[in-house]
Design a protein around this ligand. Structure first.
Ligand SMILES: NC(=O)c1ccc[n+]([C@@H]2O[C@H](COP(=O)([O-])OP(=O)(O)OC[C@H]3O[C@@H](n4cnc5c(N)ncnc54)[C@H](O)[C@@H]3O)[C@@H](O)[C@H]2O)c1
Length: 245
């Protein structure tokens, strides 16, 4: 049952991987979560599964590249307390093979969709609101996906800009930089690339979606305060820059 105290959260890319774990974690915290994804079948299936556990989750099917539909969706929802910009795309391309179309596609989802959604949501977000952006450790620099790396570096820049813009409204905006996390996105790497990536992990393993969800729940919590514009690395030590020897 929704009461005036109900906290509303929206998680993009909520039908799979980290997004799904974040939806579940925020709902377990007692929040009413809108699971947004373009994959209608997965969004409905996962929503039903979580609702069967008594969690307050509603699916909204949307392609975030459709700016008008994105703005309409937010206008139709109650004001949100928490926005988690998690949806993102990734692919591997050799440096000399990347085209400007690859850059545009990557930026459209990983940055422009985030900007549209954040602007529309924070327009009516009350003081105490939280925005959490899922960037990537790769923004520090990585091989074989320069368009992805650049889009996530831009997302970190956007996070910092938003933090400045929204501090006066008492809205805190932070990013998480996941390292290698065991999701369908990781499974899409070739076995050789996956093995090479794991070999670089100081922890010797990939992280779990639930470990990202725990960090997101912290940054989304009303009890978390006075932290804004920061990047929280959740990467098993990969960003430490040691030789792993
Ligand atoms: N998996 C990793 O190792 C890793 C590491 C660092 C950062 N990340 C980032 O974490 C986030 C989540 O990654 P994941 O591995 O859980 O991905 P995933 O592929 O498992 O899930 C992404 C979800 O986003 C949805 N989505 C993609 N584009 C969309 C669009 N235009 N509109 C609506 N929904 C859309 C997909 O349908 C999917 O359900 C991404 O931003 C990714 O870049 C992942």
């Amino acid at each position: 049952m929704n009461t005036p105290q109900t906290r509303y959260a929206l998680v993009t890319g909520g039908a799979s991987g980290m997004g799904l774990a974040i939806v579940e974690r925020l709902a377990q915290d007692g929040q009413h979560v809108f699971l947004v994804d373009r994959d209608a079948a997965a969004a409905e299936r996962e929503t039903q599964r979580l609702r069967a556990q008594g969690l307050a989750v509603e699916a909204r099917v949307l392609d975030l590249m459709d700016e008008a539909a994105t703005r309409q969706l937010i206008q139709a929802l109650p004001p949100l307390h928490v926005l988690v910009n998690n949806a993102g795309i990734f692919d591997e391309r050799k440096f000399f093979d990347v085209t400007s179309a690859d850059f545009q596609r990557m930026y459209a989802v990983n940055l422009l969709a985030v900007a549209t959604l954040t602007q529309e949501c924070t327009r009516k977000m009350a003081p105490g609101g939280r925005v959490v952006n899922i960037a990537s450790r790769a923004y520090l620099g990585a091989r074989n996906h320069p368009h992805y790396v650049a889009s996530k570096a831009a997302l970190v820049g956007y996070t910092r800009a938003c933090a400045m813009e929204l501090a006066g409204q008492e809205i805190l905006v932070n990013a998480i930089a996941p390292g290698l996390i065991d999701t369908p996105l990781l499974q899409a790497l070739t076995p050789e690339r996956r093995a090479a990536q794991l070999a670089l992990q100081p922890s010797g393993r990939a992280g779990t979606p639930q470990e990202i969800a725990e960090a997101a729940a912290f940054l989304a919590s009303p009890r978390m305060g006075f932290i804004t514009g920061q990047v929280l690395f959740v990467d098993g030590g990969k960003s430490l820059g040691g030789s792993n020897a």
